[in-house]
Design a protein around this ligand. Structure first.
Ligand code: NAP
Length: 641
């Protein structure tokens, strides 16, 4: 099914249009007007958006200019409505490129334009879906792909396989789709990447909030599997335990465990692993843990049965999950003790919990191309623009606290935010101010809810470390006992063990987990020598920590995997195995690049690093490079047989 990305016709009266325009993002509105009128003279007019910055959607225009654009828009939309919503021919590519640079107030280099055009789908064409007409039907139907996982990236793989006409099965360990958005249901759980961008490029949604809560995201993924007709191919409550490459058959022999403990087998020509990086809960082995008398659980295994109202609660960890659940738990608990091992940098985000107003929804629904340009406006300022601030400058004199002059500016800005929120509590300010460079660990967001929660009278931020867990609480390293009826472990995931706990055995008996140890590597984060016809989504070194959304990255990876399969089927061969020299050369470049990035800074630990301090999770590449490398597979990178 292809979603109709065209705008709904306008039938509203002038007053309704005018009211909706009050909430318009002005640069986005200007772009839509060019589609509505066919007149691009706005691009040469006096009203010009300034350089786009993340979180600001008006191009820094003064109110008088905003009002003028709204005035012009009302007239143009009225005329558009009155002529039956007929659109002039769409702007030519040359004009669209001009529009891009105009909208974000800086030149959008030529190398980015194709990527952004693909992302925006202005013509309503899903440009990331490959054309399969050239591959004989009988070759496609004789091939079977197993997708492991029905989360965000597994669903995407299923959609592409469905469109390609390649038989496939998706297996999912949970009873529902959504992966992380199914499993995480702690109070306050929501995405912290803007949703009008954190959504499939080909499948917009009418979001209730800018940063949706878990239920809305889960509903989105449920709807997508239904709308794209892939639900019937998903076999729920089945977990892959092992996959072994059968050289003679040129197929994977896969074993599954069903929820009732039974075993099933599937034979597949190829496997797409879509198991995620952040879903195997890690609970630290703190002394005395087994002695605790009350309930304790991990943030990703939230126990709804536990009433927290009026209880003493301990939350261990202060990462992204804790940032969201602590403000909610603080409202209920009698006493909340939060155990912080290291503080996180955070960016202020005023609309983090805001609803999308009716006016904005109306604009997104009715204004031609408005939603697509809005997506571009969200994407661009966070695109590769941030990357230079994350590269270590070897001559930078303050290397203990920042990695270059731009990073120092960020540090000053984020420190000022902390001071603005908790400056009246110097002791708390000292506790929440990181000493390492910004962006070294996962950046978090705050609209006052996290820091506000820490200031509450019933909340105590403990930073001296945990000595032991007792029957009735947690004793810190200063010997202070913090009584707790319930302990929540917001302590993250087994992030160093990609594809774990599956046992994947490739050519010549190579076992993936042994090959990798805690130093996993893949070509483009996707393919591994000696593991033919295996494609990893969100594999090693593909987490995005500088820009984009993980959905954007998955779209790149799925396209690459599909392009590999297409090449393979076109060639008439059965198997493809990444060349070792290609893999090694890629990884040498990867190591060299990562060593210069802020995440490698020795001043902090994070889930991006392994025990030796090598960054294994995060991608250092410019989005535009990764997008380019994954667009079309080069079969010369593989041994085909
Ligand atoms: P996390 O970022 O790995 O945080 C784990 C926390 O537990 C850290 O504060 C860590 O301290 C602490 N910790 C771990 N072991 C400990 C120990 N032995 N003693 C004391 N403290 C300990 O895990 P997370 O918060 O679940 O987030 C993981 C990732 O999931 C995020 O980075 C993000 O990518 C994703 N996520 C996203 C969202 C969102 O979109 N809104 C929400 C939740 C999660 P240290 O910092 O000192 O290691």
């Amino acid at each position: 099914m292809k979603r109709d990305l065209r705008a709904a016709p306008i039938t509203a009266d002038d007053a309704i249009i005018a009211r909706a325009l009050e909430s318009a993002s002005i640069p986005t509105l200007m772009m839509s007007l060019i589609h509505v009128t066919g007149d691009a003279s706005l691009l040469r007019g006096p009203i010009r958006p300034q350089r786009a910055v993340m979180g600001e959607v008006h191009g820094g225009l003064p109110e008088a200019e905003r009002a003028e654009v709204r005035r012009q828009a009302l007239a143009a939309l009225r005329a558009y409505r009155d002529r039956g919503c007929k659109l002039p021919p769409p702007p030519e590519l040359k004009t669209v490129r001009e529009m891009m640079s105009f909208m974000v107030g800086e030149p959008v280099p030529d190398e980015y334009a194709p990527m952004m055009l693909e992302e925006m789908e202005l013509d309503g064409e899903d440009q990331r879906a490959l054309r399969w007409d050239g591959v004989p039907e009988e070759r496609r139907s004789a091939f079977h792909v197993l997708v492991v996982g029905a989360g965000m990236s597994g669903i995407l793989a299923a959609i592409r396989l469905e469109q390609a006409g390649i038989p496939y099965t998706v297996v999912e360990k949970n009873p529902a789709v959504g992966g992380t958005w199914y499993e995480n249901r702690y109070p306050g759980c929501r995405v912290d990447v803007a949703n009008h961008f954190y959504s499939y490029s080909f499948e917009p949604n009418e979001w209730v909030e800018f940063f949706s809560q878990r239920n809305e995201l889960f509903a989105y993924f449920e709807r997508v599997v239904r709308d794209y007709g892939v639900r019937d191919k998903i076999r729920f409550e089945r977990e892959v335990t092992s996959a072994s490459w059968d050289e003679d058959a040129g197929r994977w022999d896969v074993r599954l465990r069903t929820r009732d403990g039974g075993e099933e087998r599937i034979s597949a020509n190829a496997i797409v692993s879509a198991v995620g990086q952040l879903n195997r809960p890690s609970i630290p082995d703190l002394p005395g843990r087994e002695r605790f008398a009350g309930p304790s659980f991990h943030s990703a295994e939230w126990d709804d049965a536990q009433e927290l109202r009026g209880k003493n609660v301990a939350v261990i960890g202060t990462g992204a999950s804790a940032f969201q659940l602590v403000p909610e738990v603080a409202k209920q608990a009698a006493k909340l003790s939060v155990f912080q091992r290291s503080p996180a940098w955070m960016t202020p985000n005023a609309i983090y919990h805001a609803k999308v107003s009716d006016g904005k929804k109306w604009l997104l629904r009715h204004l031609p191309a408005y939603a697509r340009w809005y997506r571009f406006l969200l994407f661009w300022p966070g695109s590769d623009g941030l990357l230079p601030s994350l590269v270590i400058d070897p001559s930078w004199p303050h290397s203990e606290r920042s990695v270059n002059a731009l990073n120092e500016e960020q540090r000053v800005m984020f420190t000022a935010y902390l001071a603005s929120q908790v400056g009246d509590r110097p002791e708390l300010l000292a506790k929440v101010t990181p000493s390492y460079p910004p962006f070294g660990k996962r950046m978090l967001q705050d609209n006052g809810s996290w820091l506000g929660a820490l200031k509450r009278e019933n909340v105590d931020l403990v930073t001296c470390g945990i000595r032991e867990i007792t029957k009735g609480g947690v004793t810190d390293n200063d010997g202070v006992h913090h009584p707790a009826d319930v302990i929540v472990f917001a302590t993250g995931f087994h992030t160093n063990k990609f594809l774990w706990p599956m046992r994947v055995t490739g050519r010549g008996g190579a076992v993936l987990s042994e090959r990798w140890g805690d130093d996993p590597r893949a070509y483009l984060g996707i393919t591994v020598p000696d593991f033919p016809n295996l494609f990893c989504l969100y594999g090693p070194s593909t987490n995005l920590a500088h820009a984009g959304s993980i959905i954007f990255h998955s779209e790149c990876q799925v396209r690459y995997a599909m392009s590999c399969l297409k090449g393979l089927l076109e060639s008439g061969k059965r198997t493809m195995d990444c060349r070792r020299d290609v893999h090694d050369a890629f990884n040498a470049k990867l190591d060299e690049t990562l060593a210069r990035m802020v995440w490698s800074h020795p001043g902090m630990n994070s889930w991006y690093k392994n025990a030796k301090g090598r960054v294994i999770a995060t991608s250092p590449w410019r989005l535009v490079d990764y997008w380019g490398w994954t667009r079309d597979a080069n079969l010369a990178d593989y041994r085909l047989s």
